[in-house]
Structures are given as C-alpha cells and as structure tokens.
Ligand binder design. Structure first.
Ligand SMILES: Nc1ncnc2c1ncn2[C@@H]1O[C@H](COP(=O)(O)OP(=O)(O)OP(=O)(O)O)[C@@H](O)[C@H]1O
Ligand SMILES: [Mg+2]
Length: 298
C-alpha cells in the first residue's frame, strides 16, 4: 500500500534521513521505533508533503505522491506537535479538517459526530480547545486525523505528554481502527507501545533503519539471551554451585538462551530463593544489540 524508497533529507548539510526504504501492506500496523532525533518526524513530514525529500520516492496505492499529490487525501496524520486551533471548539476543529478533505453536507455531520464519539469528546464539543486538558487535545488530534476516513493513518508519537486514562483511550481507538482494517504507521520511542500495536517494527536510529521485522523475529535475531535474576540469604549462597552466576551482594544474575531450563535447574537445588525471575529479551535488548545504546539514553 505504501512504499518508501531511498528517501533522503538533509538540513544545512546534515543528513537526518538516510536512504530510508520500507513498505507497509494494506491493513498492517507498522512502527518506526527510535530515540529522539532518529528522523521519525522528518519522515512523517515527507510522507504528508509538508517537507520535500532531497531524493527518493514515496508511492501510495502504486501512485507517486510527487506526481499525484491528490492521493494524499487517502492518508490522515496526527502530528507530534498538535495541529489544532485553540480558539475554535472541538467540533469546529473537526469540521475544519473534514472540509479540508472535501466532506460536506450530511456526510460531514455524520463523520464529525462519529469522530467526537471516538475521541470521547461529545460532552465537550462546544468548548474551546484552549480549555481542554493535554490528553483531550491529543484525543482530538487523533480524531482530526481520521475524520475523513483515510486508508492510511500516520501517528507521530500520539501518546507523548498524555495522562494514563487518555493514553488508554487512544490505544483503544487505534486498536479499533486497526481491527477495522486501517493501515497504520506509528512512530514512538516507547518499546511497550510498539510491541503492543505494531505487526512489524522498523528500528530507526540516526536517520537509518537498522532492522525491520515482527517483534518476535527481531527479538529472536537481535535480542540476545534472556536474563535470570534471583536472591538468596547470605548464609545459603555457598550452597548454590553455579559458575555462571554473577553475584551482587545477595542477588545474582545469569544470562541464558534457554532460560526455562536454567531456571528449572536453579529451582531444582531446593534452596529457599527470596526471588527467582526470568526477564526475556525485548525490543530494548534489540535496540541495544544494534546500536550499543539503550533507547532511553540514546
Ligand atoms: N527544520 C529543521 N531544521 C534543522 N534540523 C532539523 C529540522 N527538523 C529536524 N531537524 C533535525 O533532524 C533530526 C531528526 O529530527 P526528527 O524531528 O525527525 O527526529 P524524531 O525521530 O522525530 O525525534 P523525536 O523523538 O524527538 O520527535 C534532529 O537532529 C533534528 O534536530
Ligand atoms: Mg519526532
């Protein structure tokens, strides 16, 4: 459905998007996971036509965005920096964006009512957006992206600065869109969000995609070993004969590619562990093995 090929963008001689290529199939939810400055927003801006690429191509439904800009009507975007009019009401904002995409008459009204309901803002629709909480504004930002019923929804860090309830609400709305067959491009630097929502994830850093696959395949290929952690009383430590354990006071750590077997062996000692846990490799370990940094301090 969407094909991005060899996309490049520089600002003042610094390349921030480097030969980026990826494809998203119809109905797929695809994540761009990367730290601050990875080039996620720059990529989204090129997809929606807000920034011209230096080179490369973007095609949607087989049509070049450059040659057929009207194809952009089939996509909807919730930008990272909110695109809302604070001195208009929530409803007026939705009407504005719906009209921009050519809706009118009864269809416009029906879609705006639908979007207000989706964002759970029916009771606040006549209030100025300036009076909305951060979470309500994010929900409205999302509703404005989908009011014209686009095929492809681009969400640029849609949960940043949002309270847990609104975040949950946004997640449910996105999952609903997904279950209705919408195609989603989701950027985030939260691995939990990417894991929950995305069928496939591109790990992005410094303008390039380092790996792209399903979560399970990324972890299997790049995640490395699982970690087992545990704790024993000081006087019992000597009874645990295992050279692979790394001790820190009464707590120990062990990495293993067969964590279930390893934990069973430890448990088989019969010692009264105060704690014994498996931490499976996750996207954080994938990012670390690909970049040598963690997502959080990258
Ligand atoms: N208009 C601009 N002029 C100059 N540099 C820019 C401009 N826009 C972005 N950049 C730079 O490009 C790089 C990528 O920025 P971008 O906003 O795409 O990253 P991001 O992955 O969206 O990060 P974040 O997670 O912080 O939103 C950064 O180093 C940024 O400073
Ligand atoms: Mg960004």
């Amino acid at each position: 459905m969407l094909r991005v090929e060899q996309l490049c963008k520089s600002f003042a001689g610094t390349t921030v998007v480097k030969k980026l290529s990826f494809e998203i199939g119809a109905g797929e939810s695809f994540g761009l996971l990367g730290p601050n400055g990875a080039g996620k927003t720059t990529t989204i801006k090129m997809l929606v036509g807000a920034l011209a690429p230096d080179s490369g191509s973007i095609t949607l439904h087989g049509q070049s965005m450059h040659e057929s800009p009207e194809i952009r009507r089939k996509l909807g975007v919730a930008p990272q920096s909110l695109s809302l009019y604070e001195n208009l009401t929530g409803r007026e904002n939705l009407v504005f964006f719906a009209k921009l995409y050519g809706l009118k008459g009864q269809e416009l009204k029906t879609r705006v009512d639908w979007a207000l309901d989706l964002a759970d803002l029916v009771s606040r629709q006549k209030d100025l957006v300036a009076t909305y909480s951060g979470g309500m504004q994010r929900r409205l930002n999302f509703a404005c992206a989908v009011v014209h019923n686009p095929d492809l929804i681009l969400l640029d860090e849609p949960t940043v600065g949002v309270d847990p309830q609104s975040r949950d609400h946004l997640f449910r709305s996105i999952e609903k869109a997904k279950s209705e067959g919408k195609t989603i491009l989701y950027t985030t630097h939260y691995m939990e969000e990417a894991e929950r929502l995305c069928d496939r994830i591109a790990i992005m850093d410094e303008g390039s995609i380092l790996a792209v696959d399903t979560v399970a395949n990324l972890i299997a290929k790049h995640g490395g070993a699982a970690t087992i952690t545990g704790e024993l009383e000081e006087e019992l430590k000597a009874q645990l004969q295992n050279d692979a354990l790394v001790w820190d006071d009464c707590q120990f750590r062990l990495t293993s590619h067969e964590p279930v077997k390893a934990i069973a062996e430890l448990a088989g000692s019969g010692l009264p562990f105060k704690a014994l846990n498996i931490k499976q490799a996750n996207l954080e370990s994938v990012f670390f093995s690909l970049t040598g940094r963690t997502l959080r301090d990258a």
